[in-house]
Design a protein around this ligand. Structure first.
Ligand code: MRU
Length: 349
């Protein structure tokens, strides 16, 4: 089994997701600046995995700080956190993980520099471990929504590769399969970065889960033919009213699901919920390099000089979402109340 990200011998090891499915290459990072670059360049991607990478990158950077006293250490530590925060703007898990690392430093004022470095490493490892447990719990809740013989459409990759392991949307699918349900998955290829064809198809096939790859523009056809029962996607940031930012194209799938009366589920950990943002239109949307649209590998598939847009995410309004699956239960409308209760008070179901 592959490992998405791991802390090993004081370094961060990540499978290079840009090379999948043709090559399984693990990169070893010993400098936090390279971890930041790996997040930016999508060696590692997917909201929870980005959070784990940021935490490990901070732990790595902190362990290299050459400061005699705590004041000097904190000054450098803040700079490292700032660099990590500037890598990608949409997935709130990144900022959640950075805040958690900052909190650890703040809540241990008595620790000396060397001890604090160790505590930060332990915290990053804890975030990693917890993420897998969270995904399994989410899987247990979410699988209750999946009937035997269901055909599930998913978009992008919200799997083991997008998390520390097991996955969010794919975690729900894995849990249903582990319960003995016969599940068919349809994976949208997810232009332009092809997370669906390169990553989702790859990891589900490795697990022996019945998977059919389709291009994004085939989803409506499949739904109209009655071939899809349920849609499950992950999330990069969920506003307090339930509006959900996820990979570009998720909104189109949600509109199609509504038209065909198919439930549209979002599976995401509590760390993806941003109660500070009231509506989806306040979520910052990353615009990526236009070359992702005009080229496949280095081959041009569009005329040079054409105007291009490349928003990496879109926002699905809450009215198109049937339920939001988290590790603390299943939130239903009105999301405002249920999400707030989940974030602040724990389990609701
Ligand atoms: O640009 P990416 O590949 O980081 O985007 C990832 C997605 O949009 C995923 O669907 C989302 O992060 C959920 S991952 C559990």
């Amino acid at each position: 089994m592959f490992k998405t990200i791991e802390w090993k011998n004081n370094s961060v090891v990540m499978i290079d997701q840009r090379l999948l499915p043709s090559q399984e290459v693990y990169r070893i990072y010993t400098d936090f600046l390279d971890v930041a670059e790996a997040i930016r360049k999508m060696v590692v991607r997917g909201a929870p995995a980005i959070g784990v990478a940021a935490a490990m990158g901070i732990a790595l950077g902190a362990s290299d700080i050459n400061a005699k006293d705590r004041r000097g250490f904190v000054k450098e530590f803040k700079k490292i956190c700032k660099i990590m925060a500037a890598t990608r703007p949409t997935a709130v898990n990144l900022f959640w993980a950075i805040e958690r690392m900052k909190r650890v430093a703040k809540e241990n004022p008595k620790l000396g520099v060397d001890e604090l470095k160790q505590v930060l490493i332990q915290e990053a490892k804890k975030i990693h471990k917890e993420d897998i447990e969270i995904n399994k719990q989410m899987g247990r809740y979410g699988s209750s929504l999946i009937k035997n013989k269901a055909a599930i459409l998913t978009h992008c990759n919200a799997g083991a590769l997008a998390t520390a392991g097991y996955g969010t949307a794919l975690g729900v699918i894995r849990a249903a399969v582990e319960q003995g349900k016969k599940i068919k998955v349809f994976a949208d290829e997810t232009r332009p970065f092809l997370q669906g064809s390169r990553l989702t198809a790859w990891e589900l096939m490795k697990d022996g889960i019945d998977t059919t790859l389709i291009t994004d523009n085939m989803a409506g056809y499949m739904m109209k033919k009655g071939l899809i029962d349920v849609v499950i996607v992950g999330a990069d940031r969920i506003a307090s009213n339930g509006d959900t930012a996820n990979k570009i194209g998720s909104y189109s799938v949600a509109v199609l699901a509504k038209e065909h009366k198919i439930p549209f589920y979002v599976a995401a950990p509590i760390s993806t919920i941003d109660l500070n943002i009231k509506h989806g239109d306040k979520i910052p949307i990353e615009e990526r390099d236009t070359k992702e649209v005009t080229h496949i590998k280095d081959i041009a598939i569009a005329p040079a000089g054409i105007k291009v847009r490349n928003p990496a995410f879109d926002v699905t309004p809450n009215r198109l979402i049937t339920a939001i699956i988290t590790e603390r239960g299943i939130a239903r409308k009105s999301f405002e109340k249920s999400l707030k209760r989940m974030v602040k008070a724990g389990n609701i179901s």
